[in-house]
Design a protein around this ligand. Sequence first.
Ligand code: TXA
Ligand code: MG
Length: 346
Amino acid sequence: KTLKLKISPESPEMDKIKQAAEYIKSGKLVAFPTETVYGLGANALDPYAVKKIYIAKGRPEDNPLIVHVSSLEMAQSLVVENIDAFEIAHRLWPGPVTLIFHKSSVVPSIVTAMMQTVGLRFPAHPIAIKLIESSGVPIAAPSANLSGKPSPTEEWHVVEDLDSRVECIIQGGKTLFGLESTIIDMTRKKPRLLRPGPVSPERLKELLPDLVVSEAARARAKYDGPALSPGMKYRHYSPDVELILVEGNPFDSFKKIKEIALQSNRKTAILCSKETEMLYGKGFEKIVLGSREDLYIVATNLFSTLRELPGKGFDLLISEAFPEKGIGLAIMNRLRKAAWKVINTD
Ligand code: TXA
Ligand code: MG
């Protein structure tokens, strides 16, 4: 029922791209890779097609979608801003950044959950760009997972969640960053970082010295009192089994992590780094996400690990914290939102 198209991410086969583009043009859903995560796309100008995205994902309709474009001109047709507002877009696109602008009337309100603003992204992935160009329309696309699950970074993640729920899945290999785009609200007096992503706040501040990094971007639990703060405000990107995040420097907090692992009678995996793996010693299952010196690798592995470990028989995951530098801010944002429970050791 779902057409699967295997397409080369380096040099996309145009016959297959055109086939997928026909689907988009006729109001069907097409999942496709971007350099961040896979997206579930529909013609952004067709409210009936967009409606199907919400149904396929089980997504609440008050959560707006990102609209993907393949040129600055296409972006401009969707907003009321004048060309000056695109100065920053010029520098960041194509790339893993979503910018929020005031929308024009051509954008259906279902795309933006009735809001007067729209999130735009010009992705840097060849398949995404060719698909948008061939379709000739902007493509609305949230991440291509069932609502609440970790975002898909591999083609089989998309198949697992959306097979037979969508008309077409493009299989274009592993995504580069493995975390969703950085989102910046450009409609405020001072631009505001809404979601940290692959482009770090440090880098953004070079381009946007006024950038406001809100507490929400950290997604840190407001913490006072007991050592345990269950039920954080959000839980997103969630693995199918319990995930406990232990905050603090792992060179201290590893003792707490071992204690939790020993106390639970469950099959437990400890998510750690190359540098900290040996702290735990024998008798613990350690999953190394990457090196603390190269957080890009940790980011690439995070969602696939959260998605795949439950199927390997683990029923408790305990993660170390990572430094909130560079892409580390995005890693900690996703871990805090995914965690069932956050334990503070600072
Ligand atoms: O990397 C990505 O951003 C991926 C790829 C497919 O582009 N997309 C993605 O979409 O992560 P999604 O729907 O999973 O997350 C989009 C986020 C939502 O949290 C939504 O609330 C926010 O973007 N958003 C979209 N439009 C917005 C708007 N007008 N104002 C504020 N937030 C907005
Ligand atoms: Mg999502």
